[in-house]
Design a protein around this ligand. Sequence first.
Ligand code: CAA
Length: 509
Amino acid sequence: MEIREVAVVGLGTMGAGIAEVFARAGIGVVALEADPEALRHGLGILDASLSRAVSRGRLAASEQADIRARVRPAAAFSEAAAVDLAVEAVPERMEIKRQVFAELDRVCGPDAILATNTSSLSVTSVAACTRHPGRVVGMHFFNPAPVMRLVEVVSTVLSDESVPAAVAELARRLGKVPVSVGDRAGFVANALLLPYLNHAVQLFEAGYASAADIDKAATEGIGLPMGPLGLLDLIGLDTSLSILEVLHAEFGQPRYCPAPLLRRLVAAGWTGRKASRGIYTYADGRVVGGDADVAGATGGVVPDTVTLIGRGDEQEADFASALASAGLSVTRNPAHPSDLVVVVAAEGQPVLPAALAAGRARQAVGVHFPGGVRDGCLAELIRTSLTTDVTMAAAHALAGKLGVSVVQAPDRPGFLVGALLYPHLADAVLMAQQGYASAPDIDTAMTLGCGYPRGPFQLIDAIGAAEVLTGLRAMYIAYGNPGFAPPPLLAEHAAAGIDFAAAGRAAAS
Ligand code: CAA
């Protein structure tokens, strides 16, 4: 069926973005918003986004006017009577969604498709309250909708076969990439993203690492476009909390149980960027202020001589060369009265035993390079329970001298990058293992929906399934959290020494 005119119901951040996407593709949009203030605000988002595109030379001013002319603001559902498709983007509360669908069901023609942009609520429940449930599907966009290319097309057991197919076709016409999924809480992307974001809040709340370091670990250590705490502020802490509650109700695992801090921030009205205050504080859309200084992060003296303790692996050799290139003396003799002892840490191995064995645990710090030692790389500086502030300060000063970016982490499994990443990767493997989505579809969802440069399975292949398994096992043993339990599929890949891409090719041949 041809889609010429659509209605977008609810003109919040997502609704405004979705309206822009349709209008840019030449489709007329009835922008339905009953609250005049919300309508004004939503159109403001749309105008700001278009003006930004014009100012960046991505859009001609005449096109901007044409796009804008395609968007017809409306306050009454009756204005949507003639549309071919309605996409609902109202707040994530089932009773509101049901009211909207009852209205759309009443006013729209019998052939119109009714779609919900819900992030996590049951599309089946929404469909079941309408007179024609076969035409109800999920059409889930990602924030910012004009930028992110993924659209999850959610079909239910009640959907007519032609409807998800038509919506997927439309998504392609919009320049998006559709991924077809069944109706399960969080679908693919949110079911993976939200527990990872929640875990980041738990780490922050526990004082495991600073907010800035958590976000830096994700961007510089994993290569993600945004850190989890900054991303939570973008999505909205209230939206994120609602999604987690739905995920927790459906799956019951501790990883979905919202962090207490998340609830408190939402209760305080600190819902993220839209409120200018969430995990971070914003002025004119930019973060202001920042973390209080981490103990031992500043004021250190660069050591002249470093005692290096390692296992003779590549990281140790590369780090030793970097120290030598910076003109520092390196000794491997623990008895040498050097200024600093650096233990080159390995995945799944605590730093403290090596520091104790060296006999100078107070002057010892661990270092771990999640992406190897290279120019501009990220180092995790690992503080054991005996490391002093002076030692930490010397380690930070040393990193500064080497031109290495650092995050500080406690001497716990995964340090910081692994602690964030491994359970996230395990969630993806578990989803594939459960048969909900294939590894390539999961990779597509995370790259196009969340801007990951590589999807979870591509990341596992790059790191090595055995390495991920080692880190995850260490976390599971240390914390006993079932959310860290290594999925059998990961263990199988580690044991077989076969990466996920190769397994896909082998299965297809
Ligand atoms: N609206 C419209 N366009 C926007 C935009 C917005 N809010 N924000 C950025 N853009 C555009 C910019 O105009 C720019 O385009 P041009 O190059 O054509 O000018 C482009 O996006 C890149 O923007 P910037 O250079 O300003 O910033 P960036 O390179 O740091 O990218 C980002 C910004 C695209 C948001 C990037 O950081 C990113 O991909 N972040 C991850 C976002 C993410 O994970 N989204 C999914 C959240 S989960 C979700 O949405 C589902 C849910 O149900 C909760």
